[in-house]
Write a protein that binds this ligand. Structure first.
Ligand SMILES: Nc1ncnc2c1ncn2[C@@H]1O[C@H](COP(=O)(O)OP(=O)(O)O)[C@@H](O)[C@H]1O
Ligand SMILES: [Mg+2]
Length: 326
């Protein structure tokens, strides 16, 4: 990421097209904005636009604008996002979703630096720097015949690749710290540090939604956690579940080939195993454990009593260490 930030400063001031490739939530728009802010265009608009609009007329009208009467619902003239970005930078996110027929028009706009509104005949000159975002590798899409090669070369003058968060795990504590400070500050509260168990859970979780998902997890924590340190019990259940998924699997396997099986005993074993697992992962927090098991807290209490399981909640850290021990 440091290399990316250094590179951003180098390429910012040229007018060359930049193609940012990265999974959703990796920070493509953030980088595009940084590039704009570091360029000579910074006093003009930065206009982000998602191209993941699947109706062709709508995406064309969004990008290029339309004239009154161009289609049903076009009740007045409307400039598109290219015109809105005049003098500044347009960030075309999700360009991999642009249909082939619109790709031709996009190429023409980028090459000739003029737009034609849908249903219009005037050509409107636009002075706009384009930065493009894609979640899929455009080269692959070109090879599959799903993306125009000429447009690809036009967009890909300067390529930037943003790695997914799971491939730069050292960023996780830094980003979590930054987001927690920010969200607790919104609530006019002192930020809480993450307990070692939570940090470990965060480091192991694959973060399919990348930085955006981490940001949302931190926001939820700041909304709900008033403990001195953020404990496992304060963490969104989705993050915990991934963290512990591998610990559940053995509980659901039958490992022998007995001549007969007691269904009752077997179900009891599985139930006890899952409850123990959930309590361990949740650091002894019964509401969280019940949430993990998708049952009511009172039901969990009943079952714990029926199975005769020890009721004393384990300390967060011991539990976390236990749950993550290899
Ligand atoms: N390095 C970073 N530092 C702080 N916040 C970040 C960073 N990278 C991404 N974010 C935040 O994560 C969220 C997702 O980033 P975004 O640029 O919208 O991703 P994308 O466009 O790739 O989907 C945004 O709220 C953004 O501010
Ligand atoms: Mg985006």
């Amino acid at each position: 990421m440091r290399a990316v930030f250094d590179y951003v400063r180098v390429v910012a001031d040229s007018d060359s097209s930049i193609l940012i490739t990265g999974e959703t939530g990796t920070g493509k728009e953030l980088i595009a904005n940084l590039i704009h802010q570091a360029s000579h265009r910074r006093s003009r608009s930065f206009v982000p636009v998602s191209c993941a609009i699947f109706a062709e007329t709508l995406i064309e009208s969004e990008l290029f604008g339309h004239e009154r009467g161009a289609f049903t619902g076009a009740i007045k003239d409307r400039p598109g996002r290219f015109e809105a970005a005049e003098g500044g930078t347009i960030f075309l996110d999700d360009v991999d979703d642009v249909p082939m027929s619109v790709q031709v028009k996009l190429l023409r706009v980028l090459q000739n630096r003029v737009v034609e509104r849908v249903g219009g005949s005037r050509t409107i000159p636009v002075d706009v720097r384009s930065i493009t975002g894609t979640k899929r590798d455009l080269k692959h899409l070109v090879a599959e015949g799903k993306f125009r090669e000429d447009l690809f070369y036009r967009l890909n003058v300067i390529p930037i690749t943003l790695p997914p968060l799971r491939e730069r795990r050292d960023d996780i504590p830094l980003l979590a710290d930054y987001f927690l400070k920010r969200f607790y500050a919104h609530r006019e509260q002192e930020a809480r540090p993450l307990s070692p168990g939570v940090l470990q859970a965060f480091m192991r979780y694959p973060w399919p939604g990348n930085v955006r998902e981490l940001e949302n997890a931190c926001e939820r924590i700041a909304q709900t956690c008033t403990c001195d340190t953020v404990k496992i019990g304060c963490v969104p259940v989705s993050v915990l579940f991934h963290h512990a998924a591998e610990d559940v699997a053995p509980l659901l396997e039958t490992d022998t080939h007995p001549s007969s099986v007691s269904l009752e005993d077997r179900l009891k074993d599985v139930e006890q195993g899952l409850i123990t697992w959930a309590l361990k992962v949740a650091g002894g927090n019964k509401s969280k454990a019940a949430e993990l098991l998708q049952i009511k807290r009172s039901t969990l209490g009943d079952r714990i009593r029926k199975l005769g399981l020890p009721d004393a909640p384990a300390a967060d850290e011991a539990a976390a260490r236990g749950a993550t021990a290899d």
